[in-house]
Design a protein around this ligand. Structure first.
Ligand SMILES: [Fe+2]
Length: 170
């Protein structure tokens, strides 16, 4: 049995003041088609199909308040600090993440290098390459799947990670 449903979009509530930097991150790292860029809505699509694979960001003051409160409270609450710390260091595939596949291995390598450059040169963006798995490295799940887990700290302390995949050319 199959429902024949398709994932077609995800939405992230983000601190309003972080939206411009987040836009720079997404544009530079992933290069998705930015089909809406308004003060209240940033929207991308990953394919030419308007009804498939869209990704939205909305400026929500409460998202900023939550991030600030978590940063403040984790100093006083050991359990909260431990939980957030575990989510930060847990293996990429176990943490909340959103996955997509690039159109070629060459593009995957290029975008991974961009993420590493941001990690080195633009610390204010909070980009971190959490993990990289390549076929033949003893950890990859299949013989043809490349996985790079790229964390965007601007999204807050969790639900902040994208898994970028590529496969060997056929
Ligand atoms: Fe995954």
């Amino acid at each position: 049995m199959s429902t024949e449903h398709r994932w077609n979009h995800v939405n992230f509530a983000v601190p309003p003041e972080r939206l411009p930097s987040l836009e720079e991150c997404i544009d530079t790292l992933f290069g998705w088609d930015k089909f809406v860029a308004k003060p209240y809505l940033l929207g991308y699509r990953l394919t030419g199909d308007f009804h498939a694979a869209a990704l939205y960001f909305r400026p929500v003051p409460a998202a900023g308040s939550l991030t600030e409160a978590l940063a403040r409270l984790r100093n006083a609450d050991g359990a909260l600090d431990a939980a957030l710390g575990e989510l930060e260091k847990i293996e990429g595939d176990w943490a909340d993440h959103t996955g997509f596949m690039t159109s070629s291995l060459e593009e995957w390598e290029m975008r991974l290098e961009r993420a590493r450059r941001f990690e080195r040169e633009r610390p204010e963006l909070g980009v971190r390459v959490v993990d990289v798995l390549r076929p033949g490295d003893g950890r990859a799940q299949t013989t043809d799947l490349y996985q790079a887990f790229i964390r965007i700290g601007l999204l807050g302390p969790f639900r902040n990670t994208f898994e970028m995949q590529a496969r060997h050319a056929a």
